[in-house]
Design a protein around this ligand. Sequence first.
Ligand code: DP6
Length: 319
Amino acid sequence: MVRSRRDKIRMTTAIAHPNIALVKYWGKQNKTLNHPASPSVSITLDSLTTTTKVATSTETRLVLNGKRIEDLKVANFLDLFRQQFGLPPVSVETDNNFPTGAGLASSASGFAALVTALSEHFQLGLNLSTLSEWARRGSASSARSIYGGFVTLQGPDWRADQLAKESHWELEICIIVTNEGPKKISSTTGMKSSEATSPFYLEWIKTADSDFEIAKKAIVERDFMKLSEVAEQNCLKMHSVIHTSQPAISYWAPGTVSAMEQVREIRNAGTPAFFTMDAGPQVKVIYPRQCRAIIQKSLEELKNVRLIWASIGPGAHLV
Ligand code: DP6
């Protein structure tokens, strides 16, 4: 195909949002296709954004938050994608409006924005399900950021699906940022270690399907108590697997534990709220919108943290 000069400088921009899993996966059953070992369900956030611009180029070029970077995961993904569709090299510029690689799912929004921009830039016409398949190849949690609202990721095809729209349930999220720095052990590496060494790994996998079904039902029925119980326990089970890997891994910081305690106090005082943490020290608090004033007052008492507020947001889209 002959490409004109205009085509070379044309840029295509897409936006995607990170998602937070309420029932999580931790472990892979197929490393080539990046299939998780268990199903998960998430919410997509609105106020955190990844904006990605792609342009046809003479070589692969990656720029993250204004700085040229080398990223093997993204470079390998681009090679695979270009090979599949017979595409030329691309230049990719990505900006996150939140800390990158710190357990705030920047890889989820990153690959979702990237595949959305690539499909449009090269007029591939990929539907949402196929975009989700490609996003998962980049980073499994990214499959869910293609969709907005409440999203599931399960076998046998491991493409995400929307369980309910963002308007289904007025939940909000406060992210307690306890440490802004990037994590020391990536999720991919941490998972491999847990699979191989944690004595609790098989137990974790055994209860995954039932946690997933309970969470899905709680979301459909808007049962906050049920969702709260299953999500918090699922998160603590995952971190127990992580903590009991050998050598032990911990994604928590001292502020993580104080934030969890604060959420328990909020709940003990009668306000519905629950916490969840991913592969990083940030604590995400989920609560019904009408409780925001009480939650805000209480979380603002925490020292040395930054609070980011979000609602449930849309899927990846073009600008
Ligand atoms: C704890 O999707 O970042 O957030 O596929 O290896 O890139 P890779 O892993 P990634 O792991 C996310 C793990 C998690 C749980 C979840 O999102 O379900």
